[in-house]
Design a protein around this ligand. Structure first.
Ligand SMILES: [Zn+2]
Length: 1063
């Protein structure tokens, strides 16, 4: 740990007794020594004594040199790496890493931590063998330590836990592969609020011993500083409790040092001038100030260890400017002797905290929302850039499905493969990525990367389906004419064909196309005119571990069509006309994306029900038919409603929805299964984004990060008496009500015949700002539930956390923002409960929401601003779309869907969990059109990976199925229920992994940590003493997994990760 201070004293004494030159005499007076650097090629020597380490009887100051490198923000990730576009921001990560390595080689006492693998890997792959060897040595010696270690430092509000796991795994596996180490510290220093899932899942379950961060609400932080609770034991999961806890640390001074000790090249801080032969010698002065500031900070923390993070955004581009000053600081402060300061790392700091045997307070739940001053709630970014947020969520499920199909046919290492989508998804999880707080050109760069990755993954899917479907495998007996449902598919093996072996797979070329613009009703292969005997083949792939019945919806041009399933039987189908809004969006957005006219053909949606086996697919054939024939798709009826009294009712087997003709709004929902009826009124309104004014306390504007309405009033769309215009569409498979609320807000209320919930497809935009008012558009759902200020929101799509309006469990809240201060991030959804009923809303992307009045939920769907909010991005969040010359540009229109469900307290959790999983892992569709002569597409029309009588239990989801090197598979299972959430399903569940992999025989299955970089059995979490009588029930965890064992147990909320190899 370095030599004690007496070494310096001895050196001084010896030095002074010798005969020396003037210069040497000065060196000796200053206690300067001569010490060999550890770089053999470099004879540079540090004259300063920098090898101190912790001592027991002094205040120990851990200096942690670091750089915070955003994976895209004001510049794109590649611009940051290369150092281009420096007129925006001087930042060049390639020089940061290179220069830090040089500085570390100069003095073996120096340490550095590095975080973002997106940058480190860009640098590493350009280094020669000798340099790589040197860096490996630095890692081995602990001079360079990887912490956090994901591809980026992900956001914690707008990310889904699945994407957080993926991006962290990507970084961790590179580090493991190159350096054979596993990061042990979480380092989320910049994200704007911290989630429970980050603490327990992406922290403890990753194998991290601690998680450090810099941002907490200003009121929370003040209290923590006063009562020395800046550091705590964080138990983020109420289900896993102390079994998934870690040491949580709020940094003392943001994530940089006080300004007087910042040493980047353009820093204005006074440097150590320690040459008495020059003017302005200032060593004592610098030491004095340092000791004072250190003691002030230490007073807010427990134990005699305190940490100073010596770095800032993109710092260390010329690392010597820092390290030279830090060498001097350590040298002179230790000569002074009042405090003990040394090069350290968060790991060393944590070990010192642990060795102190202190008792720590317990922190539960999360750190949302975050405010840095009374009118500055960072709750706007929960919704900022809602289209990018949707794109990310859409591709999340797509990536998982593509990986499954890649595994089914074998990964092509040289491509096309899913690697580029994996990396693009990892980059966009950054806290200025999916969060929406980046500049416009950076948002475009993220979208471009995603789109390139998705195109390559689409090729993977197309190739895999071609190989599977054209495979020479036996056809099931299809003589019996009966309706095949998902349940039947599961129970009756004859419906499910097992995976063809590689010999059985032929390479006939069927070219499957995917449609990424189905959201704007555009899909060229399905729009082909099928008259003349053509067949449209639709493949529906189900990435879930359960069978499902899914309503498929595709745009078609023929007005008489028949749909047959993989058994050759006609199945019910329905044609639904496109709304006027949908037609307009299609034309505009196809032009914006593809640069072509979408075509104005007489388009409608064809709807049919697909029953698809688990981790498998089913094919459907669509052909032109004789108009009016009994097997033809039924045309929906269209009623224009101009009545002003009574109501419209939509009915399915699971739900009834009543819409008032007086107001045009939903007024009641009934759940058929439980008989629960809820009064519901759903509407839209907008908050006027504050532009700030001259008064300091009111000067905060709403912007990309911050939501600050300039009053708590949400302005309704149109006057309250205005009737919303309605069109009612009816048919056997789906009923819809099309509603127009204003020229720029419309929606479709949709009820599928097999659904127990309502789908609300909204279209918002272009938001008008010609009136000079920025607008934040919200949907409100008012119910008759007596919710008493309480509501529930998810943590990264995983656990649900109870929220109480105008209340925080950790401190007495001074309410300054009635609306913005009660907003929380949503990734899965939000719900209200009273004694009998729960009313839930699930979302299709990350959004912000809350409950501002009892019985009411609101969700912000879109925002358009006219001001920057002064938190660094320096850009106005004003998204536009252009279809050619700049004059065509107009505000971005956002379309999406949310889902309403009213039910009993016992049934509601099941819906949220299982339907939530269907939303995350949607059916993926692929299409091909056959000329009449080749109408027989191939024999394997129905396929499942799973053994024919097997499906995952309803409380367990298949999360990851990803082929690694040499055919091994990364495999994750997740229990979907929290403790006490469901009487039956919140119990230990069992999975037969051999049945899950069907015909593929498992050779070895080994449990690893969440990010698959360590054996699970090798992880030994640190133990901590906690304050008070905190009851920690022993969580139900699945029993320890032994190698080769194919049965896996999962306790509530457990995620277990395995590496599987096959025979
Ligand atoms: Zn940052």
């Amino acid at each position: 740990m370095g030599a004690p201070i007496w070494w310096v004293v001895v050196l001084l004494v010896l030095g002074l007794s010798a005969t020396v030159s003037v210069a040497e005499s000065h060196r000796q007076k200053l206690g300067l020594c001569s010490k060999k650097s550890n770089d053999d090629d470099d004879d540079d020597e540090s004259p300063y004594n920098t090898d101190a380490g912790p001592v027991p009887d002094k205040l120990n100051v851990h200096l942690v040199p670091h750089t915070h490198d955003d994976v895209g923000w004001l510049k794109t990730v590649d611009q940051y790496f290369v150092g281009s576009n420096n007129t925006i921001q001087v930042a060049a990560v390639q020089y940061i890493i290179g220069s830090v390595i040089d500085s570390l080689l100069k003095n073996p006492d120096r340490k550095f931590i590095y975080v973002e693998q997106a940058f480190f890997q860009r640098w590493w792959r350009l280094q020669n063998k000798q340099m790589q060897k040197k860096v490996k040595k630095l890692v081995e010696k602990g001079q360079l330590e990887f912490i956090n270690g994901g591809w980026c430092m992900h956001d914690e509000a707008t990310t889904h836990y699945l994407d957080m796991i993926d991006q962290t795994t990507l970084g961790h596996r590179y580090i493991k592969d190159q350096f054979d180490v596993a990061p042990r510290i979480g380092w989320q220093i910049d994200p704007f609020g911290h989630s429970a899932v980050q603490g327990y899942l992406l922290g403890a379950e990753v194998g991290f011993d601690a998680l450090f961060f810099a941002r907490a609400d200003y009121q929370d932080k003040a209290k923590r500083q006063a009562d020395r609770t800046m550091e705590f034991i964080w138990r983020g999961s109420k289900t896993l409790g102390a079994s998934a806890q870690l040491f949580g640390g709020l940094l003392g001074h943001h994530y940089d040092p006080p300004p007087e000790f910042r040493y980047d090249i353009h820093s204005e801080a006074p440097l150590f001038q320690d040459d008495p032969l020059l003017y302005d010698y200032n060593v004592e002065e610098r030491v004095e100030l340092f000791v004072k500031l250190v003691q002030e900070q230490a007073a807010q923390f427990r134990t005699n260890h305190t940490m100073w993070t010596m770095g800032e955004d993109f710092a260390y581009e010329y690392a010597e400017t820092w390290f030279k000053q830090l060498d001097k600081l350590i040298h002179y402060v230790n000569l002074d002797g009042r405090v003990n300061v040394f090069y350290s790392s968060p790991s060393m700091y944590l070990d010192s905290k642990h060795a102190a045997n202190e008792t720590w307070p317990v922190k539960e739940d999360d750190f949302f929302p975050y405010a840095d001053c009374p009118h500055c709630y960072w709750t706007g970014y929960f919704t900022s850039r809602p289209a990018l947020k949707r794109y990310v969520r859409r591709l999340s499920g797509f990536l998982q499905a593509a990986r499954q199909l890649e595994f089914l046919v074998g990964k092509n290492e040289t491509g096309p493969n899913t690697d580029s989508l994996e990396e693009a998804m990892a980059i966009v999880q950054h806290h200025d990525g999916v969060s929406g707080t980046e500049r416009q050109h950076v948002a475009n760069d993220y979208a471009k990367r995603l789109s390139i990755g998705a195109a390559e993954a689409a090729e993977v899917i197309s190739t895999a389906l071609n190989r599977l479907i054209s495979g020479n495998v036996p056809k099931p007996d299809t003589k019996k004419k009966e309706k095949v449902t998902a349940k039947k598919l599961l129970k009756d093996p004859k419906y499910v064909i097992q995976m063809p072996s590689s010999e059985e797979v032929s390479n006939e070329s069927l070219k499957f196309e995917l449609c990424f613009l189905l959201n704007v009703s555009y899909c060229p292969p399905t729009e082909v005119d099928l008259s003349g005997g053509k067949t449209l083949v639709v493949v529906a792939y189900n990435p879930l571990g359960w069978p499902r019945d899914e309503m498929i919806r595709i745009p078609v041009t023929n007005s008489a069509l028949t749909v047959t399933d993989s058994d050759g039987q006609a199945i019910p189908s329905q044609l639904v006309p496109l709304s006027k809004i949908a037609k307009g969006l299609r034309e505009k957005y196809v032009m914006a994306h593809e640069g072509v006219h979408a075509g104005k053909g007489d388009l409608s949606y064809l709807v049919f029900q697909a029953s698809v086996p688990p981790v498998g697919y089913r094919t459907f054939h669509i052909r032109a038919s004789v108009p009016g024939s009994p097997q033809s798709a039924e045309h929906a009826s269209v009623e224009q409603n101009n009545e002003r009294a009574g109501h419209v009712k939509l009915k399915s087997s699971g739900a009834h929805i009543q819409i008032s003709l007086q107001t045009g709004r939903i007024e009641k929902m009934k759940d058929v299964k439980t008989g629960v009826i809820a009064d519901v009124e759903q509407s839209y309104c907008w908050y006027n984004a504050s532009v700030g004014n001259a008064f300091e306390s009111q000067g905060q504007a709403s912007g990309a990060y911050i939501f600050r309405p300039n009053s708590s009033e949400c302005f309704p769309l149109g006057t309250p008496d205005d009737t919303v215009q309605l069109t009612v569409i009816r048919g056997p498979l789906v009923e819809e009500v099309h509603q127009t609320f204003s020229p720029w807000i419309s929606q479709v209320v949709r009820l599928y015949s097999n659904a127990d919930h309502a789908e609300i497809e909204f279209t918002v935009g272009p938001i008008p700002v010609e009136d000079g008012l920025g607008k934040e558009v919200v949907t409100k759902v008012s119910t008759n539930l007596e919710s008493n200020g309480e509501f529930y929101t998810d943590s990264n799509g995983r656990d649900f956390l109870k929220r109480v309006r105008n209340y925080r469990s950790d401190w007495t809240l001074n309410v300054t923002e009635e609306v913005a201060g009660n907003y929380y991030p949503l990734n899965l959804g939000i719900y209200l409960a009273d004694n009998e009923t729960e009313f839930s809303v699930l979302v299709d992307r990350a959004l912000g929401g809350g409950s501002i009045r009892d019985g009411e939920l609101e969700i912000m769907l879109h925002r358009r601003m006219l001001r920057d909010d002064g938190r660094g991005v320096g850009d106005v969040l004003n998204e536009v779309v252009c279809t050619g010359d700049p004059e065509t540009c107009e505000g971005l229109t956002v379309q999406g869907t949310y889902y309403l469900h009213a039910s009993s307290k016992t049934e509601a959790p099941k819906w949220r969990r299982s339907y939530g999983q269907e939303l995350l892992f949607p059916v993926q569709l692929a299409f091909t059109v056959l000329e009449s002569s080749e109408a027989n597409v191939g024999p394997a029309l129905n396929f499942s990976l799973l053994a024919s009588d097997y499906s995952l239990p309803p409380n367990v989801a298949l999360l990851t199925l990803q082929e690694l090197e040499e055919g091994d598979v990364l495999f994750r299972l997740a229990h979907l229920y929290e403790i006490g959430e469901d009487d039956i399903l919140s119990a230990v569940a069992n999975v037969d992994t051999q049945a899950l992999f069907g015909k593929k025989r498992i050779d070895k299955i080994e449990e690893v940590t969440l990010t698959a970089n360590q054996k699970k059995s090798d992880v030994n979490p640190l133990q901590w003493n906690v304050e008070g009588n905190i009851s920690s029930t022993v969580p139900l965890r699945g029993h320890h997994h032994k190698k080769h064992e194919v049965l896996v147990e999962l306790g509530p909320m457990e995620i277990r990760t395995f590496i599987v190899s096959f025979e």
